[in-house]
Design a protein around this ligand. Structure first.
Ligand SMILES: [Zn+2]
Length: 296
């Protein structure tokens, strides 16, 4: 069953929110009672014993909304699965909304869940690199300055031939203290860290990393020293250039967070969907197996 078929009604969305909140069935937060009746229009479960009312949208992005839940569900699913990121205009068309402002507002609210939710440090084996981003404005070509470009640090896990989780952050400069701090905030001590030959990385071994430094001079012609970091960076640049031309450095962190959010959840669209709606905050995230089982 497709996503839209499964969440075609308000009742189906409410049922899903209730299951997310009470995976073992309704439990009244006031008295522990296990039976309730549903006030569907107000998104409330009323305890049959003590009459305490609990909102199933409390703590989620949908709380006190006038927009139908099925619109929110479909919006979150589109934002979670659309690669590259979806624009408000595209979202308006997909959701069939008459007002652009509604689509814009939904998108802004869903995007808030993408802001630096990453906490667990990268581990085992990581590529760390830094690069210039932005400065797409006309007239900067051939300039020896970096113009309005921003320096960005990238750290990405090595997972066999592929890549694991990604972290991106704006950097003030490429000095040793800055790159060491970036590595320490993103990567667990003891990990293998691959970098290029930039001197600023020379102190990583002293900080407890298994530092593997390679210089371009020692590489085969055309060989990428840090292939996973380079792939992530070039995809990010293509996305920024195509969709977000002229983003100011002030707003850049939001786009970096969004890119990281998508990258790190590219294999788990339903987990991304739950995070966007704010369902993770009310309960431990439901596993993919639980969801697919429930959907079956
Ligand atoms: Zn009760």
């Amino acid at each position: 069953m497709g996503f839209q078929d499964r969440f075609a009604s308000e009742a189906a969305c409410l049922e899903y929110l209730a299951v997310s909140r009470w995976p073992e069935g309704f439990v009244c937060p006031a008295c522990g009672g296990c039976s309730a009746w549903v006030l569907e229009r107000r998104h409330l479960w009323e305890c049959a014993d003590c009459h305490q009312q609990t909102s199933v949208t409390a703590g989620t992005v949908m709380h006190a909304t006038h927009t139908p839940l099925r619109t929110w569900f479909w919006a979150a699913y589109l934002v979670a699965t659309h690669h590259p990121g979806i624009s408000a205009k595209q979202l308006q068309r997909q959701l069939g909304l008459s007002r652009y402002e509604t689509a814009w507002l939904i998108l802004q609210k869903l995007r808030r869940a993408m802001v630096a939710p990453e906490r667990e440090p990268l581990r085992d084996e990581v590529e760390v690199d830094e690069f210039w981003l932005g400065g797409y404005e006309e007239g900067l070509k051939g300039s020896r300055q970096h113009g309005k470009k921003a320096l960005v640090g990238a750290a990405i896990e090595v997972r066999g031939a592929g890549s694991g989780r990604l972290r991106l952050a704006m950097l003030a400069n490429s000095r040793a203290t800055t790159l060491e701090a970036f590595t320490q905030t993103t990567t667990a001590p003891g990990s293998i860290v691959h970098t290029d030959g930039l001197n600023s990385y020379n102190g990583l071994a002293k900080l407890g990393y298994d530092h593997r430094q390679r210089k371009q001079a020692g590489a085969a012609p055309g060989e990428q020293l840090l292939p996973r970091a380079h792939r992530a960076i070039s995809n990010l640049k293509a996305w920024m250039h195509g969709t977000h031309r002229g983003v100011s450095n002030q707003h850049l962190p939001i786009y970096l967070d969004e890119y990281v959010f998508r990258h790190n959840r590219r294999g788990t669209p339903m987990a991304a969907f739950q995070t966007l709606l704010g369902l993770g905050a009310i309960h431990d995230p439901t596993t993919y197996a639980q969801i697919t089982h429930h959907a079956a």
